[in-house]
Every structure is written in structure tokens, then in C-alpha cells.
Design a protein around this ligand. Sequence first.
Ligand SMILES: [Zn+2]
Length: 436
Amino acid sequence: MKIIKAGLLLTSISLVNFAAFAQVDGVIYAGKVLVKPEAGALSKQTLVLEEGKVSAIHEGYVLPEKLGLKDVKLYDLKDYYVMPGMIDMHVHLTFERDKHANPHGWLTQDNADYALNSLPYLQKTLDAGFTTVRDLGANYHVIFPLKRAVEKQLIVGPRIFASGNAVSATGGHGDMHGYRHDLTDAMNTSIGICDGADDCQRAVREVIKYGADVIKITATGGVLSNTAAGLNQQLTDDELNAIVNTAHNLGRKVAAHAHGTRGVNAAIRAGVDSIEHGSYLDDESIALFKKHDTYLVPTLLAGYTVSKEVLSNPNMPKAIANKVREVAPVVERAFRNALKNNVNIAFGTDSGVSRHGDNAKEAQLMVEYGMTPKQVLVSATRSAAKLLGQEDTLGSLEVGKYADIIAIKANPEEDISALSEVSFVMKNGVVYKNQL
Ligand SMILES: [Zn+2]
């Protein structure tokens, strides 16, 4: 027994050493720093980092010795714009859409293949300055081991909050489509698929049992499922109420994929915490967002990416291509309407539909569609942290928050495209990218 234990210990130590991470305290000299995103950047500040958190902030550049610190690592970011690591509230880390890929490749892949294939996606996401993500829809066999491996520092990746399998109606957007029914039966895990209020209550309990930090539901049809079932409501009002009550009772928030107006409005009325996509919003939707303090996660980059693809991919199934053509023109209008009416907006890309690591392109679209750069910065930090329920630990660089810190050469308040050129990435006090 002792030998086995010693063996396990050696294995874990050698893996950590192999990855060459060290938890270091440090001091940052920041030329500009976004401590409270909604307040704008401060100039010439010294940040002290201890045990993976921001422990103090001082005006000016203070020598470590004056702070009683010896042998401490000093990061000179005097020529940089320093800000909290960005948060992407809607990613799919376990896949990346590739129009050249064998469409039946998934039939040959084991869960371990999916996990290993995902490693570069996690790395690219963190390299792009996204230190936290919310993964909304992945096989639980794959995403939760990845999340645990990041936490143990066995692999490089962002902090992950994940839903695992989505909760969906039979035949709904989160179910499996487009193959012979004996094949879909054989491949379906049925985790999260439910019909009727009681069954949907069971499904929520089930996905939480398998590790869900947040509940992803498909309240309406979706663009990329291979079924001509439209984009409207797929979960009934009773099912939505049962899902939200069960999730909230078990301490989980609910993220509702929703395009069609009726489905959006029904989901908000049932009390979901965020609407993902929200392509068709009417005046009632806006009023409901305001009344229930619901967040919109617009995922503009997903619409932009698939509308470009539909023009160049003749193999895109007809059911999907038709839905892309239907939804693409309305997304900008919905976003502008929400923005004009001060709906809570949290940053989210649906990466996986677009390429991992390109997450900051969403910021450019948000500005193109009417947001100020400052609003974008808040949406990717403070607002996202609030929607995650992590406002005490993430989303700003106030004392006590995680040392999730990125640095950028240009000022994103002046040109939002600067967010695509991140030079330095620290997560939990550990440096993962340093191209100063
Ligand atoms: Zn998605």
C-alpha cells in the first residue's frame, strides 16, 4: 500500500515539474491598469501579487524593498495597458468547426481523442488573454477531465466553468440529428435529453450529478443542428420552469440558447440567467430582460463566421444553410436594440464555431455594432464575472481578486482591435505567456 501511494505521489510531482510551472509571488509596474473596469484605467501603479491574488495596489512605481519584499519577481509593464484576464462566457473547447474535416470523423473518435485534440484549443484561448471561460455544451466525459487537468496544472488552459451536456428536448437542438436512427440511438448518451416538466427536472439533476457548474439549455431551435425544425421555442413553459427551479435550488445558473422571440421571452419569464445568441428580440423581450435583470450573451462572432462559411461551403447541409441565411441579417439589429435599452450584456463568442484563440474578434464586432470600447471591456470582465456568480474573485484587479492579468501594448480604449495582440498572460499568479 505504501509503495502504491509513493508511486502516485512521484507521478504527480514529475508531471507538474514536466510542465515547469511555479507559483510565484510578484510585483507588477503597470503603465496603465484597469483595476475597476467600469472606472477606466489608472496610470503608473504598482500591483503586489501573493498566493495567486492581488494583495496590494500602490500609486506610482514602488520599489519592492520599500514594501518589505525580497527576491520577488518584478514584471515591468510600464509601457503596457494592464487589465484583468478576459472572460468568454460562451465557448466549446472540445471542438472546432472545420469545413474541410471529414463530416463523419466523430464516428472514429474516442473520448480520449476529443480530449487530446482539445489541448491546443485550451492553449490558444489562454494565449489570447482569456483566462476564464464558460464552456456551454460538451460531452461530460471530455470537458470535466480537461477542467480538472487545468486545475491540477497538468495541462495549460483557462479557468473553466462548464455545463457538460446540454439539457434539450427530444429532437431538439441539443439532441443528435442527421443519421440513420439506429446510429443516432447507438451514439446518443441521452444525458440531458428530456420531455415534460418532471423529466426535465431529472435531466437537470443528472447533468449536475455528472459535474455541471452551470446548466445549458436549448430553449429554441439552433442554426447548426442538422434538422429543419426552425428556430423557435422547443422547451415548453412548464419544462423551462422546472429546469430553472431545479437548477437554482441546486445552486446553478441557467444559460439558455435561444434565437426565436417566443422562446427567448418564455425562457426569460421562467427565470433563466442568460440568453445566448438572442437573435430575434421584440419590445417585450427587451422589457423582460430589464424586468428580470437577465443577461444577453450575443455571440456575434458565431453569426459572422457561419454566414461567411455558407457562401463558401457547398457541403453544408441544406437544413443548416437555410437557417444561417434566415438568422444572419437579424443579429445586428437585436444587438443594437439591446444595447440602446441598456440590457446587461456579457461577452461571449461561441468559439468552436469560430476558431479558438480568435475570441477577441468578438470585441471588434461589438464596437462595429455600436458599443464603446469601454463597454466591451466591462462586458468581458466585470459583467461576465457577475453572470458567472464570481464577482468576488474575478472580473477586476481589486485587492483580493485572482491575479488573472493580461498586458497589451496598445490601448484598447482607443482601438479595440488591440485586444487581439496580448503580450503577457498571467493566471492565478502564474505567467503563461511573456512576449514583452
Ligand atoms: Zn454554443
